[in-house]
Design a protein around this ligand. Structure first.
Ligand code: UD1
Ligand code: CA
Length: 455
């Protein structure tokens, strides 16, 4: 049976106090809506429809090809919101998950389980419910004497006895699509909030003797809706911990999970160790046996095996196996650090390729360079890659040796095995195996101090 999903996300999210629609607030590396889209996809929803209202333009830009977006111009209630998806589903005869866009902790496996139960029981509707010690604010699940679900009553419409019920409606459902939209149109806004409640569909179905099921959620935290930035930070902590727990379970050592920030989807190999105050973000992969941190921020990088990185920042780069980086290195986008390379302290590398076994150990700026294998770049070497208008390339061939405090004025090339004398400003190519010297020769003036002092 084919599965589709509608994500209700038209609300403004007033309590976020933000210009950004609530569902686009990022948590754990992506917008809340992104997590929900992932969860429904993981549950097997092949068609995904987002109901947007406030900030619809931004929502459309974000979802791209991951979902279709329909507009709910006025927020007349959750039933009215779901009705906006009718056109998109008019040829669809499978099952439909309905979820909210502000529940980033909801797991794909929970939704898959809900859909499975729905199918197995042949239900017209299946609710995801949870027991809450404090159910205030939620719709309550009212059951008949035989234990079957009878209807849902909202907090504001509930009688004192109904308010005692601890089983709540999580706002997550699975429906059979045939007949659903016709029934939604029967819902009236005759209630305390004057809204078209999606929850009323349950009573409509049960009164007709249709099969309505409920699946109880073990971990109620999963359906916690995010309404303000305090809840957002708590959800971030939960997501972070889940990611770290998964990594630890797969053989990664996280020394201090309270001070380690790893985005969902980051891959790390076995026996790697992540030290405190480290951020591994975006589309990053770390091989096995690495030690990353303390104090590093790595975004969108591919890192090989047995790499060591401490107190460093790396962005959109590749770092080969056996490389040692930092402390205090800054590796900027487009850099390819080869195997066994050493990038030392206070070194900035931008858009450069560094061959196997080369060393840039101290205080250098290397930009737009192509560096061969086993090159030694002395302390304080600077590529002068920019003339104020254009950027130029520096080439250092295999086994070149660049003396300390050299300026390499690009475009320029130092040939294989060549040596550049310390303190040189190299403006012309140095041939292979040559010595390039480009500085004033030292002159010593004998007895200069004595003559000065006798004046
Ligand atoms: C809803 C349920 C309640 C349940 C709770 C779980 C109804 C009537 N009640 O209440 O039983 O316990 O969720 O969190 O459904 N939305 C729209 N358009 C609208 C109205 C809402 O897109 O016109 C979206 C919101 O952006 C939000 C979601 O639907 O993502 C839920 O709406 P909300 O008003 O927060 O419903 P609750 O009062 O929380
Ligand atoms: Ca809500």
């Amino acid at each position: 049976m084919e599965l589709a999903a509608v994500i209700l996300a038209a609300g403004k999210g007033t309590r976020m106090k933000s210009d950004l629609p609530k569902v686009l607030h990022p948590v754990g590396g992506k917008p809340m809506l992104g997590h929900v889209l992932d969860a429904v996809a993981r549950a097997g929803a092949t068609q995904r429809i987002v109901v947007a209202g406030f900030g619809a333009r931004q929502v459309i830009d974000f979802v791209g090809n991951d979902a279709r977006v329909v507009l709910q111009e006025k927020q007349l209630g959750t039933a009215h919101a779901l009705l906006q998806a009718e056109d998109e589903l008019k040829d669809f005869s499978g099952d439909l998950l309905v979820v909210c866009g502000d529940t980033p902790l909801l797991r794909g496996s929970t939704l898959a389980n809900l859909a499975r139960h729905h199918r197995e029981t042949g239900a017209a509707a299946t609710l995801l419910t949870a027991e809450m010690a404090d159910p205030t604010g939620y719709g309550r699940v009212i059951r008949a004497a035989n234990g079957n679900v009878a209807r849902i009553v909202e907090q504001k419409d509930a009688s004192p006895e109904e308010l005692q019920v601890k089983e709540i409606n999580t706002g997550v459902y699975c429906f059979k699509v045939p007949g659903l939209f016709a029934a939604l149109k029967e819902i009236s806004p005759a209630n305390a909030q004057g809204e078209y409640y999606l929850t009323d569909i349950i009573g409509i179905f049960t009164q007709r003797g249709m099969n309505v099921q409920a699946v109880a959620l073990a971990d109620a935290q999963e359906v916690q809706g995010i309404n303000d930035r305090i809840q957002l930070s708590r959800a971030a902590a939960v997501l972070r911990r889940r990611t770290l727990d998964d990594l630890m379970a797969s053989g990664v050592t996280i020394v201090d999970p309270n001070n380690t920030y790893i985005d969902q989807g980051v891959k790390i190999g076995r026996d790697s160790t992540i030290l405190p105050f480290t951020f591994l973000l975006g589309n990053t992969e770390v091989g096995s046996g690495c030690t990353i941190g303390p104090g590093s921020k790595i975004t969108d990088c591919m890192i090989g095996e047995q790499v060591e990185i401490q107190y460093s920042v790396a962005i959109a780069s590749r770092i080969g196996s056996g490389a040692v980086v930092g402390p205090y290195a800054y590796i900027r986008p487009g850099t390819v650090v080869g195997e066994q390379v050493k990038i030392g302290d206070f070194v900035e590398i931008k858009k450069s390729t560094i061959g196997k076994g080369s060393k840039i150990p101290h205080l250098s700026y290397v930009g737009d360079a192509v560096i061969g294998e086993k090159v030694n770049v002395g302390a304080g070497t600077i590529t002068c890659n920019y003339d104020g208008k254009n950027k130029y390339q520096t080439i250092l061939e295999d086994n070149a040796f660049i003396g300390s405090n050299t300026n390499l004025v690009a475009p320029v090339k130092v040939g294989q095995g060549a040596v550049v004398a310390a303190g040189s400003t190299i403006t012309e190519d140095v041939p292979p195996n040559a010595l390039g010297v480009a500085r004033e020769r030292q002159t010593n003036v004998e007895n200069w101090v004595k003559r000065r002092d006798s004046k």
